[in-house]
Design a protein around this ligand. Structure first.
Ligand SMILES: Cc1ncc(COP(=O)(O)O)c(C=O)c1O
Length: 407
């Protein structure tokens, strides 16, 4: 609706903006600024764990003399700060991934990596294979490419042939697969090695790239790590430049999300193209932030990750124990070995979206209804709970109130 004092913009927007809608849930969740509300809705790190002293020292060092500050405050190359890319090469090496600086580019948060991957690979009408449920931010990043979605293994028994056929009938091709194999947002669940191998088989049969979103990979609280899809594919193909996996990493969950520094690691050819796409978007990620991250990871990466893991393990345990104590019969939930989320499935017929306004107003507790994480529909009786942000005391109190509501 327009009146004489506001221009009507709707008809100016390009067709690709159709999917860009503010969600009702985000509107509802604006009330979360009220400290009386116990929020399990965020997906954000506990700020008391940020290495603030180290970050502060790193900024001071970057600005400590004219030679350093002139670099830190200047434009820089789109590929990213060389010493940080070298550190990432070393880090990927510890994860079984042999690569060089040319296989790594810095991005403004791994979210930008997803956006650039969409631009590079997804044409209008193409199909992207995603888990059900999947990370909402990936759907937002791919949305302007106007894709269709289909379900990814292991949840679906579709074959490469049936997926190709369906993509063709919708006027495109299967363009890519996207997954969060470790402690997924929103479920907290990890893919087994066998599941990852099956996924790589499918991508090989379809001959499509696999976008591996490793946002939570470092946040493991129990058990041994699974090999990444990139590592498994390198074992199959003989080297990173022969691999079809493009791995998105981030410092957001371990160091700080506010600095907006992440990376994409993969074969040189698509990395070069991604750099061109990034150049068009923002020229480069903030020079000083890349230098600061490099300084901080050099000072304390391992101890920082250990600190974060220890703190979140306690919160994860508190949430699982509270769910055991308070959830009514017929409710199920995941038991993640890491990450930030527990995924709850209410008894069939319950609608987590319809219950949210009551949860907020009456119980003063917030969560994210699961429906929004389902690209191809479903999930009405599911919801996502975050345990990284609330304190142990608020986890216990909030889950008790939710248990009462769901009963
Ligand atoms: C699965 C997943 N991928 C990517 C991101 C984006 O993280 P960042 O852009 O801060 O690296 C997030 C953030 O919540 C996430 O949950």
């Amino acid at each position: 609706m327009s009146d004489s004092s506001t221009h009507d913009w709707a008809h100016h927007y390009a067709g690709r903006t159709r999917g860009m809608q503010a969600s009702e849930i985000r509107e509802l969740l604006k009330v979360l600024e009220d400290p009386a509300i116990i929020s399990f809705a965020g997906g954000i790190p506990d700020p008391t764990l940020f290495p603030t002293a180290e970050i502060s020292a790193a900024y001071a060092a970057a600005l400590s003399n004219p030679e350093k500050s002139s670099g830190a405050l200047q434009y820089s190359v789109s590929e990213g700060y060389g010493p940080l890319r070298d550190w990432i090469v070393g880090y990927m090496g510890t994860r079984g991934i042999a690569c060089t600086r040319d296989n790594v580019m810095i991005v403004t948060g791994s979210q930008q990596g997803l956006d650039l991957l969409g631009k590079l690979f997804i044409g209008g009408g193409d199909t992207v294979l995603v888990e059900r449920p999947t990370y909402m931010g990936a759907l937002q990043a791919f949305g302007p490419c106007e894709p269709n979605y289909d379900d990814l293994l292991p949840g679906s028994n579709a074959t490469a042939a049936s997926l190709s056929e369906r993509a063709k009938s919708r006027g495109g091709r299967v363009a890519a697969a996207y997954c969060v194999p470790d402690f997924a947002n929103p479920t907290g669940v990890s893919m087994t090695t066998a599941g990852r191998e099956k996924l790589l088989d499918l991508c090989a049969e379809l001959d499509v790239p696999l976008f591996e979103d490793a946002a939570y990979e470092a946040l493991r609280y129990d058990g041994p790590a699974y090999p990444s899809c990139l590592e498994l594919d390198i074992r199959r193909t003989g080297g990173i430049d022969a691999s079809r996996v493009l791995y998105c990493g981030t410092f957001s969950k371990t160091i700080s999300p506010g600095l907006r520094v992440g990376w994409v690691c993969g074969a040189k050819d698509p990395i070069r193209k991604l750099v061109l796409a990034k150049q068009a978007g923002d020229l480069h990620s903030a020079t000083i932030n890349q230098m600061v991250i490099h300084d901080v990871v050099g000072r304390c990466y391992d101890s920082q990750v250990a600190k974060v893991r220890d703190a979140y393990r306690i919160k994860r345990d508190a949430m699982l124990a509270a769910l055991d104590r308070h959830m009514p019969k017929g409710t199920e939930w995941t038991k993640p070995d890491g990450g930030m989320f527990v995924w709850v499935t209410l008894a069939a017929g319950r609608d987590a979206g319809a219950l949210l306004p009551v949860a907020i107003k009456r119980e003063q507790v917030a969560y994210v209804p699961g429906r929004a994480f389902h690209a191809t529909g479903g999930g009405e009786n599911t919801l996502r709970l975050n345990f990284s942000m609330p304190t142990v005391e608020r986890i216990e109190a909030g889950i008790a109130r939710l248990g009462k509501l769901f009963a």
